[in-house]
Design a protein around this ligand. Structure first.
Ligand code: NAP
Ligand code: MG
Length: 802
């Protein structure tokens, strides 16, 4: 080949990365052990599985497969280490984490090469993206360790964290899990994915190298069953999971009622929205990053290209031209764009979904070299574009997790939003336009945890990452990520409920002559109905329950709510979505007015409390006064519980915006009939949610008395809906309801389990407690934790200063 030939073709020559060091590491690690308690232990299972290089099909090592006994030993080590690790001074913990960050940088190239060999992703990406981000994550969180006791007062570590990660960013996902856990004083048992365990094992060696105290980090290799053992172990206090929505659901169900804290980072089908005023060439490079980065094995990959009708053909033509120039091949070659898919089954999945796309009538495009230009060995797949895709087709709905993008058009911005939100997922979205007004108008409307404006796939340790809807819940990165590894001290110390309702006479305990209630109980003057959409509605069932007063006699009848009443209430709540868009100032004004109107009727509420519970006059007065004060607290917070601008190391302002969850179901405790209701409902609506509330089953009248107060306080119709009846059966209905975004439950242990297990349909967030909260105690009964739980952080990356 002459210089002239090279100039003519401008083709890349091979630029292979030297893998000698990684080969030497592999030669010394032919059969690996488990790392826990600060030492390497042989697997008690005596079982091993092979990890394979997906680019060549060669075996790299035999990896120990941990069984239940191995997991138990690792959890025991973590449990023993946890209080000691948490008791270290911030500076000491920070020092260890800083040492880990330094050590990762020292071994950066070995990590990068090993990662590429195990996973198949291009060395260019492991070297320039994965490993630098891993180091950045440990540096950033070393800082948090240093600041912990000053910046996060009133919180405690959760304890022992079980962490389960996928194969697409093996070391990066490990860093996302381990760094915040360690910074906040937790210890971890982490299981890397079966296909990609090697860099986690090298990381364990680094923990040794920096003399991290024994048991703080424990790395347990294995397959799905090893993960199950971690999930089920009773001494695990939190599960942090990244992986498929399917397994996320299983984990939610398995941990229901266990008291384990849970964060789930699941799948996605993220929209990449392109408006007609864009610079198309920048967009083309954006698409390359969105879907052909990491072979498209990215949970937040922009896998749905939504382009405005006027430019879609031009954009597609440019993309086809660009696809021709992408290079698929040996991931250790520095000039390769797309490496190998992680495993043969994954390749099979991709192929079968692509076949489905063709069968369903979409137009299929691959580069001209696709059939001849792929390496003969290994799991390679060419970049693929589908055009003329129906929004209801499989390839528009299902996560492909490969280098395949489906293109669809829209006419107007509102149509773009509808298409973007036409998915069960809600992980990320990219918005491309030169019009800042348009971009910032669309950003709040797209239901996704991360929004990139004129950019895509940006990640940083300081910025929260995580999903809405079936993409999971919880955030990783930044302060919001740390809070996933902490619990408020009051929550940890609150006492378990002795037995729900033991102090009170259950309604069902009394036998009544309910055929003639008005004769049997002449004291009943009115029968409160439900409060739905701002109006009083009769129960669908036509049944009512007696409310037994402190004197042992029935003092009222309240409706017995059922599935249909809940459905109506949820519908009414959805119609109140304007509340979320009201300004925080306006919401505060409504809350102040509500407090004022409650104060005007304080006496009536005090009397009602006494009649229901028999509490002393002074405690009734205190309960009403505190309720008013609590409303004031949240009114004050409404425009102060605000977001942040994150210091991400790129030319962006990265906004962290708290957003309403949507429609929340709230099941009130039986105690503190008024204050318990106020303490849960008011923070929820402060953040812009609409709620369906089931008040205390035993003492519902303090809630039903609020109807008139709500009517006179300008609370928009549908923002607060109240259904009385059996708490646990209504809780189940709310938890199962796919249009409910979150359920808060205060009640029995069984009820907590019921709610969590029933939440798996749409993977709604839940906040349950069987503990007795002292609602009169300011620290327990009110605070930012309530606002945090009533909202989720949307991270918006906006170009700035570029
Ligand atoms: P996966 O099958 O859900 O596996 C994830 C992890 O869970 C692996 O370590 C797996 O072990 C383990 N596991 C499997 N079954 C389990 C069970 N019953 N109990 C406990 N653990 C179990 O997901 P994947 O196919 O490896 O990864 C791809 C998925 O992850 C995609 O859907 C992608 O969107 C998602 N993902 C999400 C994010 C995010 O941040 N949101 C990031 C990356 C990937 P084995 O490896 O041995 O099967
Ligand atoms: Mg492998």
């Amino acid at each position: 080949m002459t210089v002239k030939d090279i100039f003519d073709s401008m083709a890349y020559g091979p630029a292979p990365e030297n893998s000698d060091k990684a080969q030497a590491w592999l030669a010394a690690h032919k059969k690996t052990d488990l790392y826990y308690g600060g030492v390497w232990e042989k697997a008690k299972s005596k079982k091993y599985f092979a990890t394979i290089n997906p680019a060549t099909g060669e075996k790299l090592a035999d990896i120990a497969e941990a069984n239940d006994k191995d997991v138990a030993a690792a959890v025991a080590a973590a449990k023993e280490a946890q209080p000691k690790w948490a008791a270290l001074r911030d500076f000491e913990r920070a020092n260890y984490m800083y040492a880990i960050a330094r050590s990762i940088q020292k071994h950066a190239r070995l990590f990068a090469v090993l990662e590429t060999m195990d996973n198949g992703k291009p060395i260019r990406e492991t070297r320039d993206i994965d490993i630098p981000l891993v180091a950045r994550h440990f540096y950033h969180h070393a800082g948090w360790a240093q600041l912990l006791s000053r910046e996060l007062k009133g919180y405690e570590p959760v304890g022992v964290c079980g962490q389960i990660i996928p194969w697409n960013f093996p070391l990066l996902m490990l860093a996302w899990k381990i760094a915040p856990a360690l910074a906040t004083g937790n210890t971890v048992v982490l299981k890397p994915a079966e296909y990609t365990p090697l860099t986690a094992l090298l990381f364990a060696e680094i923990c040794d190298e920096v003399a991290l105290p024994a048991g703080v980090v424990n790395i347990i290799t294995g397959a799905g069953s090893t993960g199950e053992h971690i999930v089920n172990h009773p001494d695990i206090d939190k599960i942090a999971f990244t992986g498929s929505t399917e397994v996320g659901r299983i984990i939610r169900e398995k941990t229901a009622g266990s008291g384990k804290k849970l964060s789930l980072e699941l799948g996605g089908k993220s929209p990449f929205i392109v408006f007609e005023d864009v610079d198309l060439d920048s967009v083309v490079e954006g698409v390359v990053d969105a879907i052909w980065f990491n072979q498209g094995e990215v949970c937040c990959a922009g896998s749905r290209l939504l382009a405005q009708e006027s430019i879609i053909e031009k954009l597609e033509a440019k993309l086809l031209a660009r696809m021709e120039t992408l290079r698929v091949g040996n991931p250790l070659d520095k000039a390769i764009d797309i490496g190998a898919v992680a495993a043969p089954v994954q390749l099979k999945n991709i192929k079968s979904l692509v076949e489905k796309g063709v069968a369903e009538g979409a137009t299929f495009h691959q580069p001209s070299w696709a059939s001849s230009g792929l390496p003969s060995k290994g799991n390679f797949y060419p970049p693929t574009l589908f055009t003329n895709v129906q929004p209801s087709s499989t390839i528009a709905e299902v996560e492909i997790f490969g280098p395949v993008i489906a293109s669809m058009s829209f006419r107007t911005p509102s149509e773009a939003v509808k298409l973007a939100n036409n998915t069960r997922y809600g992980l990320a979205a990219s918005i491309w336009t030169e019009n800042i007004n348009l971009a910032l108008d669309i950003a709040p409307q797209v239901k996704a945890g991360v929004i990139w404006i004129n950019s895509t796939n940006q990640f940083d340790a300081a910025a929260g990452f995580g999903g809405y809807r079936e993409s999971g819940f919880g955030r990783e990165g930044g302060r919001e990520g740390l809070l996933e590894y902490l619990v408020p001290t009051w929550q940890k110390t609150a006492k378990a409920r002795s037995k729900a309702g033991s102090k009170v006479k259950a309604v069902s305990d009394t036998n009544s002559s309910s055929n003639f209630p008005e004769l049997a109980f002449p004291a009943i003057d009115r029968t409160p109905k439900f409060y739905i959409g701002g109006a009083q509605k009769r129960p669908d069932s036509g049944y009512s329950n007696e409310v037994i007063g402190a004197n042992g006699e029935a003092i009222a009848l309240v409706g017995d709510g059922n599935r249909k009443d809940i459905r109506n209430a949820v519908e009414a709540a959805h119609k109140a979505s304007g509340w979320a868009k009201a300004t925080a100032h306006n919401r505060a004004q409504v809350l102040y007015f509500l407090a004022e109107n409650l104060a005007a009727r304080a006496l009536e509420f005090e009397e009602r409390l006494i009649a229901q519970t028999g509490q002393s006059a002074s405690s009734a007065i205190e309960e009403v006064n505190l309720s008013i004060e609590r409303i004031f607290y949240y009114a004050a917070q409404a425009d102060k519980y605000d977001g942040q601008v994150k210091q991400t190391p790129v030319r962006n302002v990265t906004l962290a915006m708290p957003e309403a969850l949507g429609v929340m179901g709230i099941l009130c405790p039986h105690e503190a009939p008024l204050l318990g209701f106020i303490s849960l409902v008011i923070p929820a609506i402060t953040m812009g949610n609409a709620v369906v509330v089931v008040p205390s089953e035993t003492y519902p009248l303090s809630a039903t008395d609020l109807y008139q107060v709500l009517d006179t306080s300008d609370v928009p119709n549908g923002v607060i809906n109240i259904i009385t009846g059996n708490k646990d059966s209504l809780a189940k209905t709310l938890a199962e309801h796919d249009d409910v975004d979150s359920v808060w439950y205060r009640g029995s242990r069984d009820g907590c389990k019921l709610v969590e297990a029933a939440s798996i349909g749409n993977l709604k967030q839940t906040w349950t407690s069987h503990k007795t909260i002292d609602w009169f105690n300011q620290e327990q009964g009110e605070g930012k934790e309530y606002l945090r739980r009533a909202s989720q952080v949307k991270t918006i990356w906006v170009p700035y200063g570029a």
